[in-house]
Design a protein around this ligand. Structure first.
Ligand code: CP
Ligand code: NVA
Length: 299
């Protein structure tokens, strides 16, 4: 890999390799020196807990130095072009992780940079999230060859990366959400052209019936705050609550990328209940991202 921008850019073999490496790094848990002497810039245009902390800790555990950069400092595209920032950073650091709004900010940076760029969330995709999520599903006994994954809620960046993954792996993906909030049409078509088994379903009960994994995300993503009231109204029937979970398989696991808006897309009862694996999932961001960084920047 040269960059890690979208799961659609890699194949099943590379996903399995990264997941295997992530599991190995998790077992070893601790200091390795794969990135010894290197520096990784972490650029954030949006808030973050998991991405910020897991990347910073991961970089340190791999023997490198993390550099947190906010847009208040660099003003990407205003003070200086994204292209020039990519060129300049390539002279100082060995890799860049960026969390930003427009996906094109990430792809333009990667096109200009001579060093690897990792997508830490854009409006279109959240690929690091889905690598950690798949690691979590596998650890909890859910095969990516035949599980049914019901994504309930907004077809946004996280759902889009699940769509990309479904283009590489034969699990069944059901997207349960209101009309008008489906995942990106272009990504759906591309995944289906690769053989993805994806169903768009508006009935939440139908979407979760017999599912092995239920997944949800916030109803209002970062940058969409003006639509909060309308979204809360449209998504209310899609709340992941005990009643809905009761329609899935008895051993269903429930995932949420977090942050959760408890009482909106997921209830306390489910989030803190026996099916929930959300904190294992949060931890696995660290291991999955370390694997991605070793692959991109390791010796
Ligand atoms: N899931 C996730 O990316 O969390 P943060 O927004 O806190 O980084
Ligand atoms: N869809 C959410 C994911 C947060 C990790 C957002 O973009 O805000």
């Amino acid at each position: 890999m040269q960059d890690f921008i979208s799961i659609a850019d890699i194949d099943r073999g590379k996903m399995d390799e990264l997941l295997g490496l992530a599991a190995e790094l998790k077992r070893e848990s601790g200091q390795r020196n794969d990135l010894s002497g290197k520096t990784v810039a972490l650029i954030f245009h949006k808030p973050s807990l998991r991405t910020r902390v897991s990347f910073e800790v991961g970089v340190v555990e791999l023997g490198a130095h993390p550099m947190y950069v906010t847009d208040a400092e660099i003003k990407m595209g205003q003070r200086e072009s994204t292209h020039d920032i990519g060129k300049v950073l390539s002279r100082y650091v060995h890799g860049i992780m960026i969390r930003t709004f427009a996906h094109s900010n990430c792809t333009e940076l990667a096109a200009a940079a001579d060093i690897p760029v990792i997508n830490g969330l854009t409006d279109l995709n959240h690929p690091c999230q889905i690598m950690g999520d798949i690691l979590t599903c596998i650890e909890h006994g859910k095969s990516m060859d035949n599980s049914v994954i019901a994504f309930i809620g907004d077809g946004n960046n996280v759902a889009n990366s699940w769509v990309n993954a479904a283009g590489n792996m034969p699990f069944g993906l059901r997207i349960g959400g209101p009309s008008g909030y489906a995942p990106n049409e272009t990504l759906l078509e591309a995944a289906r052209a690769k053989g993805a088994n994806i169903k768009l379903i508006t009935d939440p009960v139908e979407a979760v019936t017999g599912a092995d994994v239920i997944y949800t995300d916030v109803w209002t993503s970062m940058g969409q705050e003006d639509d909060t009231a309308e979204r809360r109204r449209r998504f209310q029937p899609y709340q992941v609550n005990a009643d809905l979970v009761g329609h899935a398989k008895d051993d269903v696991i429930v995932l949420h990328c977090l942050p959760a808006h408890r009482g909106d897309e997921i209830t306390d009862e489910v989030m803190d209940g026996s099916h929930s694996v959300v904190f294992d999932q949060a931890e696995n961001r660290l291991h999955a991202q370390k694997a991605i960084m070793v692959d991109l920047m390791g010796k």
